[in-house]
Design a protein around this ligand. Structure first.
Ligand code: NCD
Ligand code: ZN
Length: 344
């Protein structure tokens, strides 16, 4: 198959940042996706519907002429989020979910939730109104090995939550382990997961063998190859519980190539090509459309997109860098490397 036409995809997990960063991130993401779940981990975070709508307006101001882009907004859950705020989501046209970051788990998560039991009253409201809870699924205790943090979250945090709130809609974001894939498979249809291109294409050897490659460093961290294999299996299985979420997370080159480099891979501009590469590598390109364009919308209860895109099997060289902020660069995932698929 040398061309493939897909319903236009959506990105159910993206970081656009704010201010001048939007000049880069919004056109890049809008060139690929119709809708995107815009993560709320700004500084300070997006905590109320009012703040989310103001952020959405700042994003919309950077959408190029003639491009139809529909940012879907998310509130950042803190220990102090009021259950009343959840009702406001129900009545909002543009806010679709709430994100839980365990405090300290990742970039800009200091204001996150210190103990999930502190927000059980909020979870009750989410369950009542069927608003998805998006999870950064890692525990944060310093004595727990970074490679075990996702699995520990499933056992210690998520299992009890599901027991208590059996009808709550949950998206386990950017899953990285076979444990998470199996956990999601074992739950009812209210529990789903997003998967990033980097966790389908790479494993920790790509990041650590032959020198540390900071542009592969993201959270949750890349795991061993057997986990990558399972993620590829579930992503390409046609099971609607697994759908596209790039976790494209821009950081300036200096902040990544640093003695204390920050976590996040930038894939917004080339995301669908990266996913096509991953699916084609295991001979499952025909399964891409469900994963990229149908299952996420279905889970969120939004209509599927009506526009289409076409991918052609042709060499496509990822740019070495992009301009970012005043005088900085951003290095995209797989900068300078050649992919086999290109969006027309
Ligand atoms: C994200 C970021 O930079 O905002 N980084 C990352 O490594 N994925 C935060 C997140 O989603 O964990
Ligand atoms: Zn993220």
């Amino acid at each position: 198959m040398n061309t493939i036409t897909l319903t236009q995809p959506d990105d159910w997990h993206a970081h656009l940042r704010d201010g001048k960063a939007l000049e880069r991130t919004v056109p890049d993401l809008a060139s690929q996706f119709h809708r995107a779940i815009c993560m709320p981990n700004l500084v300070p975070p997006v905590k109320t519907v009012e703040e989310a709508l103001a952020y959405r307006a700042r994003i919309m101001a950077h959408v190029p002429e003639g491009v139809a882009f529909d940012p879907r907004m998310v509130l950042y859950l803190t220990d102090h989020t009021s259950p009343d705020e959840i009702q406001k989501i129900k009545h909002s046209e543009h806010v679709n979910a709430v994100k839980l970051y365990p405090a300290g788990a990742t970039t800009n998560s200091a204001n996150g939730v210190s103990d999930i039991r502190n927000v059980y009253a909020v979870l009750e409201q989410l369950e009542k109104y069927q608003i998805p809870l998006l999870l950064h699924g890692e525990v944060t205790h310093s004595h727990i090995d970074i490679f075990d943090r996702e699995k520990r979250f499933l056992d210690e945090v998520l299992q009890p939550v599901i027991q208590q709130f059996s009808d709550l809609k949950i998206v386990l974001e950017h899953i990285t382990t076979a444990d998470a894939a199996q956990f999601v498979l074992a739950q009812g249809r209210k529990v789903a997961a997003t998967i990033t291109p980097q966790h389908l294409l790479f494993n920790r050897n790509d990041m650590l063998v032959g020198g540390i490659k900071p542009h592969f460093y993201c959270l949750p961290i890349l795991k061993r190859q057997s986990h990558q294999t399972t993620l590829l299996e579930v992503a390409t299985s046609g099971n609607p519980k697994f759908f596209l979420g790039t976790d494209s997370a821009p950081h300036a080159q200096d902040a990544k190539e640093n003695a204390c480099g920050c976590a996040g891979c930038y894939s917004a501009f080339t995301a669908i090509e990266l996913y096509a590469q991953a699916f084609d590598q295991v001979g499952k390109i025909e399964r891409l459309e469900g994963f990229s364009s149908h299952f996420g919308a279905d889970f969120y209860g939004l209509p599927r997109n009506t526009q289409q895109i076409t991918l052609v099997k042709e060499d496509f060289v990822i740019p070495e860098s992009f301009d970012y902020l005043e005088d900085q660069k951003i290095i995209p995932l797989l900068a300078g490397k050649t992919l086999q698929w290109r969006k027309m």
